[in-house]
Design a protein around this ligand. Structure first.
Ligand code: NAD
Length: 244
């Protein structure tokens, strides 16, 4: 039987690439999405082309009941979840002086509370199975901070604390919990920036380029694999040397 991976927010960007990379490795894939669109159909199609099963489960990660339901849908279909990747995330960037309470709360609700909501439901099954991998997508700004991203940085720093605490709680059950902290990756999240700004940032990165979704997915693949069986509670930077 194939191993099973659940990836949240997996219809585009980093989440989609993680789903494709794990499908390539022979995992059956459950992709969580919030709203139905062409990207979802396309993602499902390219996963199935890799000769593994793909289940798409609808749900807003910031809604606990949605998470409880869709995690159960995955268990009903596949019987297990071996790997959980908490990838769904949003930004609402602005300086603190202009940031509304809702801007702060929404980002925390999706990025941090969402990670809790999905993990809490999946861990119930992983504990019974006495095995599992949880990989949380944080960000370098969760470590270094960034002007205009107080909400986002707080959510991503929170994910790191959450990851380390769970790693300690769940180690005795053979559930390994790690975080990946991407730097500046080419996706629709960074597409909003002007080309000049992107070039400026790329120049400041030691490896002189933005990262690709593949750069992140390859590290997630490693953290899901047997090759990382002695690694837990760590934050792996995938940032071309941006933060050292
Ligand atoms: P993206 O906007 O392309 O993808 C985010 C995905 O999350 C989308 O599919 C979106 O529909 C989904 N999503 C958003 N809110 C959701 C919700 N409430 N419920 C379910 N799904 C939801 O962005 P991306 O760049 O691919 O980002 C993926 C992850 O990587 C995010 O957690 C992001 O914070 C993190 N990250 C990205 C970068 C970067 O430079 N792109 C850097 C560091 C960290």
């Amino acid at each position: 039987m194939n191993k099973v991976a659940l990836i949240t927010g997996a219809t585009r960007g980093i989440g989609r690439q993680i789903a494709l990379t794990l499908a390539q490795e022979g995992y059956d894939i459950a992709i969580n999405y919030r709203t139905e669109n062409d990207e979802l159909e396309e993602t499902k199609k390219i996963i199935e082309e890799r000769n593994v099963k793909c289940l798409a489960v609808q749900g807003d990660v910031s809604n606990y009941d949605d998470c409880e339901r869709f995690v159960k849908e995955v268990i009903d279909k596949f019987g297990t979840i071996d790997v959980l990747v908490n990838n769904a995330g949003i930004t609402k960037d602005t300086l603190l002086m202009r940031m509304k309470k809702e801007d702060f709360e929404q980002v925390i609700d999706v990025n941090l509370v969402g990670t809790f909501n999905v993990t809490k439901n999946v861990v119930t099954y992983m504990m019974k199975a006495r095995t599992g991998r949880i990989i949380n997508i944080s960000s370098v700004v969760g470590i270094a901070g960034n002007a205009g991203q107080a909400n986002y940085s707080a959510s991503k720093a929170g994910i790191i604390g959450f990851t380390k605490s769970l790693a300690k709680e769940l180690a005795s059950r053979n559930i390994l919990v790690n975080a990946v902290a991407p730097g500046f990756i080419e996706t629709s999240m960074t597409d909003v920036l002007k080309d000049e700004i992107k070039e400026e940032i790329a120049k400041s990165i030691p490896l002189k380029r933005m990262g690709t979704t593949e750069d992140v997915a390859k590290v997630v693949k490693f953290l899901a694999s047997e090759d990382s069986s002695y690694i837990t509670g760590q934050v792996i930077h995938v940032d071309g040397g941006m933060l050292m």
